[in-house]
Design a protein around this ligand. Structure first.
Ligand code: HAM
Length: 421
């Protein structure tokens, strides 16, 4: 028989990791609710055109898109990220501004799979549309920083930069193109290829051979007008005011083309893998317009869930939540008593399990042990006749007999004493 396993770059997320994912998203939901963001669920696939706005020269569009023609002849793509979808939704529904939304879910990029880099990966993110205030940029950055703190991460470095307005960014890119063109033979072969597509992205090269050329490359500062300078200065003051530490990295350009003004990235210094960027974002004032909407500023970020969890592992924080039930019911009378009692317990919101197939007392006690329950409730023929239940603490082994009619109330009392109800 043929058997199958997951496609490259995809994984089954099993317990306890899956519970950790849900807890991650829940904490993110709590944090962003504190800033007034509302949940939205964009579709997982869209018209290819929506994502072409990420940049004709970006790898995400040229190499990594999962796109196909559907049975209706539409050119569809699985979303490689969600900012473009949020902007498309804004144009489609025209909500009042500021429109502050958050999202969570999988994205798809045909990348070379390795640790921290997958073809299906999860993000959580926020987008604020209709706000051009630089204070909003800083507050968006703060949401991510506070979230990392809530997870218990300490070794997270924040880098920020500005790309100026789209005209300034264009002028700078053109200056870079001319500069690199003149020094083409000094660049690494990879950077020479990048240069043909997007001169800005050459700045992102970490290759040693490129370092001397990059060091002298034109800097964005010389292209920034007073408004852009003011914008960036305000972002920095606002971060300072919230005591959020950062470094300004003049070569932080990011991998998507829609950014202008503020860009930022969070890097885990606890990871020594190839991919240490655990989140990033920035301002994208032209994107809504490019998708057919009115001129609307926007700023946001997305955090990679998979990679952030790797960072948590490296720092030994944010362990998976317990998935154990509270109670295990052992029934040596055939199984119906356990079934009925579990039903009552669950109706009272007490998580309970029992065994099937009328197994021996010993086998059922073993199962109770494995379940992680703190309490076993034992029903044998004696208990059935006397209308009682034997309660056994799985931690101390202490046993006591309780009237069957009082058992749920008695467990509820124990749980509320323990604060685990
Ligand atoms: P991005 O930098 O492409 O930005 O992705 C954000 C984060 O997603 C990365 O920092 C990384 O943690 C994670 N990530 C990206 N690709 C992969 C992958 N193949 N495997 C695992 N994790 C990955 C965006 O997606 C923008 N939409 C962010 C944004 C929102 N900008 C403005 N608003």
């Amino acid at each position: 028989m043929t058997s199958f396993s997951t496609s490259p770059g995809t994984r089954d997320i099993l317990s306890p990791d899956a519970a950790r994912w849900r807890a991650f998203q829940q904490i993110f939901a709590d944090v962003v609710a504190g800033y007034g963001y509302r949940y939205m669920i964009p579709p997982m696939f869209e018209d290819l055109g929506v994502f072409q706005r990420l940049g004709e020269a970006t790898e995400v569009v040229t190499k990594e898109m999962y796109d196909f023609e559907d049975k209706g002849g539409r050119h569809i793509a699985l979303r490689p990220e969600q900012t473009a979808s949020v902007c498309r939704a804004f144009v489609q529904h025209r909500p009042t501004t500021p429109w502050k939304v958050w999202y969570a879910g999988p994205n798809f990029r045909y990348e070379k799979p390795q640790q921290g880099r997958y073809r299906q990966f999860d993000q959580v993110g926020i987008e604020a549309l209709g706000v051009s205030d630089p204070i909003a940029d800083a507050e968006v950055i703060a949401v991510a920083a506070r979230f990392y703190e809530r997870l218990g991460l300490r070794k997270v470095a924040l880098a920020i930069n500005t790309l100026g307005s789209s005209t300034e960014r264009q002028a700078w890119t053109e200056a870079l193109r001319q500069y690199f063109d003149l020094r083409r033979d000094k660049l690494s072969p990879d950077s020479q290829v990048t240069l043909q597509k997007n001169a800005l992205r050459v700045l992102d090269s970490k290759r040693e051979q490129d370092a001397p050329v990059l060091a002298e490359a034109p800097r964005i500062e010389s292209f920034l007008g007073p408004e852009s300078q003011h914008h960036f200065a305000m972002v920095r003051s606002a971060l300072d005011r919230m005591s959020i530490a950062y470094t300004v990295e003049a070569r932080l350009v990011r991998g998507l083309d829609y950014y202008c003004h503020t860009t930022f990235e969070f890097v885990s210094t606890a990871l020594n893998a190839a991919h240490t960027a655990i989140g990033g974002g920035g301002r994208y004032d032209g994107l809504v317009e490019q998708l057919g909407g009115p001129p609307t500023p926007g700023v946001g970020f997305a955090l990679g869930l998979d990679r952030t969890l790797l960072a948590c592992d490296a720092e030994g924080c944010f362990s998976p939540p317990s998935e154990s039930v509270s109670v295990f019911v052992v029934d040596t009378t055939g199984g119906l008593e356990a079934l009925a009692l579990c039903d009552e317990l669950r109706l009272a919101s007490i998580a309970a399990e029992h065994a099937f197939e009328a197994r021996s007392m010993k086998a059922q006690m073993k199962a109770a042990d494995r379940s992680g329950a703190f309490l076993a409730l034992i029903i044998g023929t004696n208990e059935l006749e006397s209308g009682t239940i034997l309660m056994r603490s799985m931690t101390t082994g202490e046993q006591s007999s309780v009237a069957r009619a009082n058992v749920v109330a008695s467990i509820l009392a124990t749980l509320s004493q323990q604060g685990t109800a």
